[in-house]
Design a protein around this ligand. Structure first.
Ligand code: CUA
Length: 329
C-alpha cells in the first residue's frame, strides 16, 4: 500500500504541476535539478516517517483499547530503558540524512563548478521591473535575461529601492534583492527556451506584475544577440519615428537611456533595443504597437502603482513614440 500511495502522490504532483511554466517540479538546469532532488528526498523521508508514526499510533489505539467489562486499571508501566534508547537512536539515524543532504547541496550550489567559463550578470530589482547588466559585455537591458545554454551564469543581485526576490523556478533559486547588499546566485539552463520568473518578495502595489523571463539560447544565438546589443539601432527609421525620437528626448530622456543617443536617464529601464524584446512593462504585455500605445497612454492604468506617470500624450505623439521605440532593435 505504501508503494501505491507513493505512486498516487507522484501522479498527482506530476499531473498538477510539472506542466506549469513556473514549477520547481520541472527542473531545466543543474541547480534546479539538485534542488528538485533535495525536495523529493525530503518529501519521501517525511512521508515515510509520517506513515510509520501513523501506523504506530493506530496500532496502539486498537491493540490497547478497552475491551470487555474488566474493571480496574490496566497494568501501569513506568518507563522502558531499552525502548527509549531504541527510539531515540532511530530518530537520530533518520534525522542525520535529513540534515546532511541540504548541507551538501548548500556547499555544492554556493558557486558554479570551478574550471568553467562563467557569464557574469548584475541584477537590480526596481519597483516594479528588473535591470540586467552584463559588465563584461557592456550591455544593460531589462526584464528579459538572455543566457547561453550549458554555461553557468553568476548573478550578483541587489535592489535599488525595497526588498525584492529573484526567482526563476525551473532554473533554480531564489535569492533576495536587498538594497546595499550584493547577493550571489548562479543558474544554468540545459536547453534553449523561455523560462518564466517572478519577483518573490512582496514589494508594493505591482509586486505581482514584476515578472521576468530568462531566454536561454544556443551559444551561437547568444553570441548573435550580444553582437546586436553591442551595435544597436539608435537612429529613427522613418519620419514618424524621427518625430518620436524628438518627443522622447524632450519627455522621456530624463528617466530612460537609449545607448548612442543623448538619452541617459537612470530612473526607468534602459530602452536600448526595446523593439526586439518580446514583452513590455516587466513581462505584463506582449511587445506590440497596440500594447505599447496602451502603455504610453496611461502606464498606471495598465500597471497599478507604476512609477512612470501618465504623461498626457496626444494620440499623434503616442504614434510617433511607438514608431521610434519599436524601431529600436
Ligand atoms: Cu519586487 Cu515583489
Amino acid at each position: 500500500p505504501r508503494r501505491l500511495l507513493a505512486a498516487l502522490v507522484g501522479a498527482l504532483l506530476v499531473a498538477g504541476c510539472a506542466r506549469a511554466p513556473q514549477s520547481i517540479l520541472d527542473p531545466a538546469g543543474p541547480v534546479a535539478r539538485a534542488q528538485y532532488r533535495l525536495f523529493t528526498f525530503d518529501v519521501a523521508m517525511v512521508t515515510g516517517i509520517g506513515v510509520v508514526m501513523a501506523f504506530l499510533i493506530l496500532y496502539a489505539v486498537f491493540r490497547f483499547r478497552r475491551r470487555g467489562s474488566a474493571g480496574g486499571l490496566p497494568p501501569q508501566v513506568d518507563g522502558n530503558r531499552r525502548l527509549e534508547i531504541g527510539w531515540t537512536l532511530a530518530a537520530v539515524l533518520v534525522l542525520i540524512p535529513l540534515a546532511v543532504e541540504p548541507i551538501k547541496d548548500e556547499f555544492a550550489l554556493a558557486a558554479p563548478p570551478p574550471g568553467q567559463d562563467v557569464l557574469q550578470v548584475r541584477v537590480v530589482g526596481h519597483q516594479w521591473w528588473w535591470e540586467f547588466e552584463y559588465p563584461d559585455l557592456g550591455i544593460v537591458t531589462a526584464n528579459e535575461l538572455h543566457i547561453p545554454t550549458g554555461q553557468p551564469v553568476q548573478l550578483t543581485i541587489t535592489s535599488a529601492d525595497v526588498l525584492h526576490s529573484f526567482w526563476v523556478p525551473r532554473l533554480g533559486g531564489k535569492m533576495d534583492a536587498v538594497p546595499g547588499r550584493q547577493n550571489k546566485l548562479w543558474l544554468q539552463a540545459d536547453e534553449p527556451g523561455t523560462y518564466l520568473g517572478q519577483c518573490a518578495e512582496l514589494c508594493g502595489t505591482s509586486h505581482a506584475n514584476m515578472r521576468l523571463r530568462v531566454i536561454a539560447q544556443t551559444a551561437a544565438e547568444f553570441e548573435a544577440w550580444v553582437r546586436t546589443r553591442q551595435n544597436p539601432v539608435t537612429q529613427p527609421q522613418s519620419d514618424l519615428a524621427a518625430r518620436g525620437q524628438a518627443k522622447f528626448q524632450q519627455t522621456c530622456a530624463a528617466c530612460h537611456t537609449v545607448d548612442g543617443t543623448p538619452a541617459k536617464g537612470k530612473v526607468g529601464p534602459n530602452l536600448t533595443g526595446v523593439g526586439s524584446r518580446t514583452t513590455i512593462a516587466a513581462g505584463m504585455l506582449q511587445n506590440t504597437d497596440e500594447n505599447l500605445a496602451r502603455w504610453l497612454q496611461n502606464p498606471p492604468a495598465v500597471k497599478p502603482g507604476a512609477l512612470m506617470p501618465n504623461l498626457n500624450l496626444k494620440k499623434e505623439e503616442i504614434e510617433a513614440l511607438v514608431a521610434y521605440l519599436r524601431g529600436l532593435k
